[in-house]
Design a protein around this ligand. Structure first.
Ligand SMILES: [Zn+2]
Ligand SMILES: [Zn+2]
Length: 325
């Protein structure tokens, strides 16, 4: 993305912007702003993953969509989308009548627009029952329902994932207000891919003195104090304790990169943004016991592998679309 003194008009949202890029969309060269471009590549990437038929791809997409839901679920537009989906989840497996949703509609976006996003993304199909319009699960939702076995799952993971999917579709609409958290997050993760640091789970702890192994840090510290009569554990533990590493559970990304991107992409409330990222776990590795780790005095987030893989695919698509001169 270029930042220049020259403002250009985005051919999609018609805004005049100083951060734009020339891309080829449907065989036409277009000047588009970063927000329209990211919305487009995110939507295309997620759609391809969900339709690939491969379970790992679908899981990656679902993880990122849940994260997107966690990031922006307070947004009034997203709450409208969520209302329809919650209505369905509470009525499932019975069909939901549009009339019943209308009676409870106090949300910012237009209900018809929301229903269109949900239908276009194959989350719901519109059907006529008697003389009334109703919704039932569409192709994508049917596939997701097959993946989950318990009822509880429907109310948590699937509801979040399809809310995320409808939110991504919402973003593609050039006239809709933009969700800054999503752009700041995507661009921070993009930067981290280039200098990614793998984060491993610690399987066990080994005593360097006697080779005995322990499951927890607490146990090995007790052992060292008792068996090797070592008192000052805080400062000296490195000499005694060897961490035995297992699989990669995530990738480290500097908190400062998120702070910087929040500034670039116009996030107003930095504290709230960081809280959504960490406390709600929007991007944090599910398999990791830690959300934030400190390396040489600097804070790093432990980012979920699915987010890294999805962002990498997005970046490959971005590169294919950007007009090379
Ligand atoms: Zn635009
Ligand atoms: Zn020992």
């Amino acid at each position: 993305l270029r930042r220049t003194d020259a403002y250009r008009q985005c051919t999609l949202c018609k805004r005049y912007v100083d951060m734009w890029v020339n891309v080829v969309l449907e065989n036409k060269e277009e000047t588009v702003c970063f927000r329209c471009f990211l919305s487009y590549t995110l939507h295309e990437t997620i759609r391809d993953l969900l339709r690939s038929g491969k379970e790992e791809d679908i899981k990656d997409a679902v993880r990122v969509l849940e994260g997107i839901n966690d990031l922006v679920e307070d947004n009034p537009y997203v709450q409208g989308i969520r209302h329809v989906i919650d209505f369905w989840a509470h009525t499932y497996p019975k069909p939901v009548f549009i009339e019943d949703i209308k009676k409870t509609w106090f949300y910012k976006p237009n209900l018809e627009a929301v229903m269109n996003y949900l239908a276009e993304e194959q989350i719901f199909d519109l059907v006529t029952i008697g003389n009334n319009l109703a919704i039932k699960p569409g192709a994508i939702l049917v596939n997701l329902l097959k993946l989950s076995t318990t009822n509880k799952k429907i109310y948590t993971d699937i509801v979040k994932a399809i809310t995320g999917l409808a939110t991504v579709r919402y973003l593609v609409e050039p006239s809709n207000p933009k969700l800054r958290y999503i752009y700041a997050t995507l661009q921070a993760i993009r930067e981290c891919i280039d200098n990614s640091i793998a984060f491993y789970e610690i399987k066990k702890y080994r005593c360097r003195k006697c080779e005995k192994e322990f499951a927890t840090l607490h146990e090995i510290r007790l052992h060292i104090a008792k068996e090797h009569s070592y008192e000052n554990l805080e400062s000296g533990s490195k000499d005694f304790i060897e961490e035995v590493k297992g699989d990669i559970v995530g990738y480290l990304c500097k908190q400062n990169v998120f702070v910087e991107k929040a500034g670039v992409y116009g996030v107003h409330n930095l504290t709230k943004f960081l809280r959504s990222l960490i406390t709600r776990g929007a991007i944090i590795a599910i398999e990791s016991n830690e959300a934030v780790v400190e390396v040489n005095g600097e804070k790093y987030f432990v980012i979920d592998k699915s987010w890294i893989r999805v962002r990498e695919r997005m970046r490959n698509l971005e590169r294919r679309l950007i007009r090379q001169r």
